[in-house]
Design a protein around this ligand. Structure first.
Ligand SMILES: [Zn+2]
Length: 273
């Protein structure tokens, strides 16, 4: 009986602590740079940049328009091949001698074009897990519901060609202390968001709300409330162009009583966890 009680107590404790156990450290820094671009600085000072579109992004603050202003970058993640996500990724990765991870088909195209050296653009695909910064930080590629053609301008002729860019993805980023970030990329609503929520239990989601090309504020709120239930959410991919009309206040209103704190930084603002 005693052993059974101890077992039950243990199970209860495990269920409560679970993979979601989040202790604020104040040392994990998330910097939004407009649209879907983020710089994440981890507990041990590793720097991860996601979807860097900076130099021509109207929402990126002037002080971050130069790629060197990001400081040292250890890894670059890209969700798909559209310019507002991949634009500065090859240049940033090469400048830092950092690996660039993007949908397999996009990395292959970047290497074939000579935009990326093969050693910095390894191949991977959905469900793949990579640990380029050591075993404590895991990057998992997950599904996104979007498109990913790559438009490339030939510098010799000035002609634009549309090339394969793989399939669009989102990124699950598990940090040293288990703090888990889900960068959703550009995505429509899909039912497997529930599976992603159950399997990875994100503490923080970076979620598009602009509509037209992605979920809007209402559908983003539905996904947050019903499928993902993270502790924190930062809306992205809105307001850059008039067509990205979703508003963070509508997202907050629609979420209602969900146990999610929505944080709405200005581009250039840092949030710590
Ligand atoms: Zn986009």
């Amino acid at each position: 009986m005693k052993r059974l009680l101890a077992l039950l107590a243990g199970l209860l404790l495990a269920a409560c602590a679970g993979p979601q156990a989040y202790q604020p450290t104040g040392k994990i820094e998330v910097l939004w740079l407009g649209q879907s671009a983020f710089r994440v600085t981890t507990l041990t000072g590793k720097v991860i940049v996601i979807d860097p579109w900076l130099r021509t992004n109207p929402k990126t603050p002037a002080q971050y328009k130069e790629l060197a202003a990001l400081g040292k970058v250890d890894v670059v993640l890209v969700t798909h091949a559209h310019f507002d996500h991949v634009a500065d990724a090859p240049a940033l990765a090469k400048m830092n001698n950092a690996r660039l991870y993007s949908p397999g088909g996009l990395n292959a195209t970047l290497v074939k074009l000579g935009e990326m050296p093969a050693n910095l653009a390894p191949g991977m695909n959905k469900s793949g897990v990579v640990t380029p910064l050591g075993p404590e930080i895991k990057f998992t590629m997950v599904r996104a519901e979007h498109s990913s053609e790559f438009t490339w301008k030939d510098p010799a002729t000035g002609r634009e060609t549309v090339l394969p860019g793989g399939e669009p993805v989102g990124w699950i980023i598990e940090l040293e202390n288990g703090f888990t970030i889900y960068h959703m990329g550009d995505t429509g609503l899909f039912g497997d968001m529930r599976m992603i929520g159950e399997l990875y239990r994100p503490d923080l989601i970076l979620i598009p709300i602009g509509g037209n090309f992605t979920i809007n504020a209402q559908k983003a709120a539905f996904a947050t409330r019903s499928y993902l239930r993270p502790k924190f959410a930062i809306p992205m991919h809105y307001g850059t162009f008039p067509i990205l009309a979703g508003k963070p206040e509508d997202y907050v209103k629609e979420i209602g009583g969900a146990p999610t704190k929505v944080i709405v930084p200005q581009p250039g603002e840092k949030v710590v966890f």
